[in-house]
Design a protein around this ligand. Structure first.
Ligand SMILES: Nc1ncnc2c1ncn2[C@@H]1O[C@H](COP(=O)(O)OP(=O)(O)OP(=O)(O)O)[C@@H](O)[C@H]1O
Length: 217
């Protein structure tokens, strides 16, 4: 269960602070999928970064399965990212020097939770088994996207965060990739929060939250 309480975040510009998040609260239960929508610049990525331990809110609390993650130091936040949180962002951040097999298992190995049987099943369901020995640059955009999803889920994270994960795929491939994400998140019991600009994709999730003027509308 993800709980976000009254998060505030400002960025300081040349002369003044610009408040991006002005008291955002939300909850996502394990196994539940929630779409996060909002105009460009409304703070969706900022919110995801604060929740995913990639940035810190100025005020407010983020709790994951009872652990207050917003109060952790850098080492604690790194451990949360490694052990409990899976992310699929538009810049996929696959490791170019590792083949697909090693990219898939990278995070799970770091956290000591590598599970070869689960990884083999994931590779099969993501259609990646024929490509396990290839390097990211030898894959299509859709194939790379599926590696990023596999890597995020290989660890069975409590929280899965995705930022426009199908943004650069054609509509049909995007639909299939979203199906897989939803299926895997539900199956592993992850709380799944996804930023999307697509009404069609948002409609496929259990719930939708809209960010407007720094708050959930
Ligand atoms: N590191 C930063 N320093 C200063 N301003 C920032 C920083 N990151 C984001 N911002 C500002 O915060 C606001 C929200 O940005 P954010 O990327 O969260 O929006 P978004 O809703 O994800 O937008 P998009 O849909 O276009 O990706 C924007 O005005 C942006 O310029």
């Amino acid at each position: 269960m993800l709980t976000v309480r009254d998060i505030e975040k400002s960025f300081t510009g040349a002369d003044r602070a610009h408040a991006v998040l002005r008291g955002v609260s939300l909850e996502v239960a394990g196994g539940e999928s929630v779409a996060l929508t909002g105009e460009s610049g409304s703070g969706k990525s900022t919110l995801l970064h604060c929740i995913g331990c990639l940035d810190t809110p100025d005020r407010g609390e983020v709790t994951l399965d009872g652990t207050r993650i917003s109060g952790l130091d850098e080492a604690g936040r790194a451990a949360m990212r490694r052990d409990r949180i899976g992310v699929v962002f538009q810049s996929l951040n696959l490791i170019p020097s590792l083949d697909v097999r090693a990219n898939l298992s990278f995070q799970a190995r770091l956290s000591g939770r590598a599970d070869p049987q689960w990884q083999a099943e994931l590779s099969e369901r993501l259609g990646l088994t024929p490509y396990l020995d290839r390097y990211p640059e030898e894959l299509s955009g859709g194939q790379q996207q599926r590696v990023a999803i596999g890597r995020a889920i290989a660890n069975r994270p409590s929280l899965l965060l995705a930022d426009e994960p199908t943004g650069n795929l054609d509509e049909e491939t995007a639909g299939r990739v979203l199906d897989l994400l939803l299926e895997l998140a539900r199956e592993t019991g992850a709380a799944f929060l996804m930023v999307t600009h697509s009404d069609r994709h948002a409609a496929r999730m259990d719930r939708r939250l809209h960010l407007e003027q720094g708050r959930i509308a």
